[in-house]
Design a protein around this ligand. Structure first.
Ligand code: KIV
Length: 275
């Protein structure tokens, strides 16, 4: 492939059909969360396939204890920022708690806002069998849906914490049923969060749509991480979240250096002043 063709191929927008082909070919899918233009542009240029405007926004951007308080307006706003930075990556809005549970009609209306006002290419929602009818309605409105089963943080109060799901036989069967239900409802991919590696492998083999793992082992068709965890910007991260950089300590050191230079009247020097 010539350099020009390779560049054009790299810049082609990631689409739903292209993700399905990736699963068939055994080519992995890399997903990161993003919440603003700057990081969306950086990740897009680094060939991240999908940018997820996660409701983890509540934890890592807003400093809240759970994702539950995040509003649809906030997701739409952050989706707009991310969509401006995404030239190649697909942009997925995470539908927040309360925006799709009340009725299918409400869910379709809210999913439309993510696409129309936010510029999302798809939406994500948590839940399996009990949410399948809603997935079907959103898909019927021509909005692609990424589903999310296993450990679903919006169900934190039912689960009693962020607990690994599917460890016993009943739990295993439930996660499998949930994944199959959302596939049958028309989801184009499913996030498997906080499930044992062997269960994620079995689901990945059973489904024709890509599985995207987070705390679900290496056998999924793709992986997603929260950007603050993988960049070392969180004060706490789950054990499955590998840290690929320590931007937190770099930023802290830079801020200390700045404060010291201000205190010593070293900044601004002549090079950083107008004469
Ligand atoms: O909100 C989020 O960031 C997510 C991912 C962790 C899958 O749902």
């Amino acid at each position: 492939m010539s350099t020009v063709t390779a560049k054009a191929a790299r810049e082609q927008r990631i689409t739903i059909p292209s993700l399905l082909v990736r699963k068939k070919r055994g080519e992995r899918i890399a997903i990161l969360t993003a919440y603003d233009f700057t990081f969306a542009s950086i990740f897009d240029a680094a060939d991240i396939d999908v940018l997820l405007v996660g409701d983890s926004l509540g934890n890592v951007v807003q400093g809240q204890a759970t994702t539950l308080p995040v509003t649809l307006d906030e997701i739409v706003y952050h989706t707009r920022l991310v969509a401006r930075g995404a030239r190649r990556a697909m942009v997925v809005s995470d539908m927040p708690f309360g925006s799709y549970q009340i009725s299918a009609e409400d869910a379709v209306r809210n999913a439309c806002r993510c696409v129309k006002e936010g510029g999302a290419h798809a939406v994500k929602l948590e839940g399996g069998e009990h949410i399948a009818a809603t997935v079907e309605r959103i898909v019927a409105a021509e909005i692609p849906v990424m589903a999310h089963v296993g450990l679903t943080p919006q169900a934190i109060h039912r689960m009693g914490g962020h607990c690994v799901q599917g460890r016993d036989q009943a739990g295993r069967s439930r996660v499998i049923r949930d994944a199959q239900a959302v596939e049958a409802a028309g989801a184009f991919a499913v996030v498997l969060e906080g499930v044992p590696e062997a269960l994620a492998r079995e689901i990945t083999q059973r489904l024709t749509i890509p599985t995207i793992g987070i705390g679900a082992g290496v056998h999924c068709d793709g992986q997603v991480l929260v950007m603050h965890d993988m960049l070392g910007l969180s004060d706490w991260a789950p054990s499955f979240a590998k840290q690929y950089a320590n931007l937190g300590s770099l930023a802290s050191q830079a801020a200390r250096n700045f404060a010291e230079e201000v205190a010593n009247s070293k900044f601004p020097d002549a090079r950083h002043s107008y004469q």
